[in-house]
Design a protein around this ligand. Structure first.
Ligand code: HEC
Ligand code: HEC
Length: 259
């Protein structure tokens, strides 16, 4: 924890100032080059932008890892950006949860999921136990206990727009964490040892296409999920009330481009 603080702040600051000066010099030089090569007289204004204070503030590596896990495992898609809520009335904010619950209770919830499991119109917190490691759950708990701070570069991936539905769907597939369970390119193969077929199904291949031969069938299962048994069996989360209709269509358009 203290490792990042070994370097005195003054040294870090001096380093940042030097880098800023260097960048300003390079930018100025490039500007001079452009000005001369086009033989027009140009005024190049170089603004040495303010340094990003977030990147120079050391952050506990476990809290940082938890912040990245919070994006990767789509916690933010149901619980809101930095767990601030506001996505669905059925999903609580997580801002104060670490004060209300013990680490053991938090671990149990993350491993086993929670929520309305039979009603397909309500979201159901995924069962992550078979997919997320003990270390990752510990990091998530560290992040919750630290008050869900901002962690640079841990934002969920942006949604591509204006590039067609399939491209939008590809980014949603990562943003909603589908990729963690169904694998890159929908290849499947993620272990689910207690389920009948011992693995989370692929979203590609002949068998999938045969069973899910209409858009409506695919959309129905994404929205309502399926509870194939009790945790620790991983089941398909309910995304009802979370993923809007236009995004469901984009996800389907993406899935249809797969093998
Ligand atoms: C598909 C939506 C969804 C996703 C994704 C999701 N959750 Fe949840 N979560 C819920 C719902 C719904 C509840 C509330 C269940 C209830 O109380 O009925 C909940 C409850 C919780 C609670 C208990 C809150 C309380 O006040 O009792 C914690 C802690 C939690 N989630 C953490 C997480 C973490 C960490 C992640 C990411 C690893 C995550 N959730 C991902 C839907 C989701
Ligand atoms: C926590 C793991 C998990 C996540 C996250 C998840 N799924 Fe699933 N999904 C499953 C499991 C397990 C099944 C199999 C359910 C069954 O057999 O009843 C499944 C089934 C499906 C099916 C039906 C395929 C079949 O052969 O039964 C589709 C389509 C699907 N998921 C799409 C998605 C999409 C799209 C996302 C992201 C929005 C997503 N899933 C996120 C675990 C997950």
């Amino acid at each position: 924890m203290a490792r990042g603080r070994d370097i005195p702040a003054a040294v870090i600051e001096a380093g940042i100032v030097l880098i800023a000066l260097f960048l300003a010099f390079v930018a100025g030089f490039a500007g001079w080059g452009i000005g001369h090569s086009t033989s027009h007289t140009r005024t190049v204004t170089v603004i040495a932008s303010g340094t990003n204070s977030a990147s120079s503030t050391p952050i506990d590596p476990h809290v940082a890892a938890g912040g990245h896990d919070f994006s990767q495992f789509a916690c933010a898609q149901c619980h809101g950006f930095r767990g601030r809520g506001g996505v669905s009335p059925d999903v609580p904010a997580l801002s104060t949860v670490a004060r209300a619950l013990t680490p053991a209770q938090l671990r149990h919830i993350i491993d086993h999921g929670l929520g309305e499991s039979k009603n397909p119109t309500k979201p159901y917190m995924p069962v992550w136990g078979e997919v997320i490691s003990k270390q990752q759950v510990s990091d998530l708990i560290a992040y919750l206990r630290a008050g869900l701070p901002s962690v640079p570069t841990a934002e969920p991936p942006a949604i591509s727009q204006g590039q067609g539905l399939a491209v939008e769907g590809a980014t949603l597939y990562v943003r909603y964490g589908c990729i963690n369970c169904h694998g890159p390119n929908g290849l499947g193969g993620v272990p689910n040892p207690q389920s009948p077929d011992k693995t989370i199904p692929p979203l590609s291949g002949v068998a999938f296409r045969k069973q899910f031969n209409t858009d409506a069938k695919i959309i129905a299962v994404i929205r309502s999920g399926s509870v194939i048994g009790r945790a620790p069996i991983v089941s398909m989360p309910h995304w009802g009330g979370i993923i809007p209709d236009d995004q469901l269509k984009a996800l389907v358009a993406y899935l249809k481009t797969l093998k």
